[in-house]
Design a protein around this ligand. Structure first.
Ligand SMILES: [Zn+2]
Length: 178
């Protein structure tokens, strides 16, 4: 017990170091190991072979990794860093929603068309978040009719979290998005 307690300051220092080392991609908000220059985009965002007119909106990095594993998605991502909690009116504030709106707006001004794939799962929180995003992006659709907002949902059973969906299910959910 005493021995474990002695570890606490170390752990705190370790966490503080980690905090300093973690940087986020300023475009998609994935966590990055800070070895490149500050403010640099992550490897996925820098990959010119990927379809920059497609953005899959996910709750967290693990969901992104799961979609990557399917090998059937070649667009970019936007990590929200959480979902909207039904009973917490402040919960949208902590998510990268404003950044998403700005990103989609910039993309549309440049490319005129893009597809936003809402991949937030089929839980209550995931549903609410997807609806919220559809609502905040709706005004952009008036300005840019070629904005397509689709949802990854079909093929995912109700209450599914992306993190736990298997590859085949996710692949189907991607192909059958609407
Ligand atoms: Zn990125």
């Amino acid at each position: 017990m005493l021995k474990n307690r002695a570890l606490i300051p170390d752990l705190r220092q370790g966490l503080a170091d980690l905090d300093r080392k973690i940087a986020f991609c300023p475009l998609c908000y994935r966590a990055l190991e800070q070895n490149g220059e500050k403010g640099a985009y992550c490897m996925l965002c820098r990959d010119t072979k990927r379809n920059s007119r497609q953005i899959a909106v996910v709750e967290k990095e693990a969901d992104l990794q799961n979609l990557e594993k399917t090998g059937s998605y070649s667009g970019l991502y936007h990590v929200l860093s959480g979902l909207i909690a039904p009973l917490d009116p402040n919960s949208p504030k902590g998510l990268h929603l404003k950044e998403l709106h700005e990103r989609v707006n910039n993309l549309l001004e440049k490319e005129r068309k893009c597809e936003i794939i809402l991949a937030t799962g089929t839980t209550t929180e995931g549903d609410m978040t997807a609806l919220y995003i559809e609502r905040i992006l709706a005004p952009l659709k008036n300005k840019f009719p070629e904005l397509k907002i689709s949802r990854l949902g079909r093929g995912l059973s109700l209450g599914s979290e992306l993190e736990y969906a298997d590859e085949v299910t996710l692949k189907n959910a991607l192909t059958n998005r609407k």
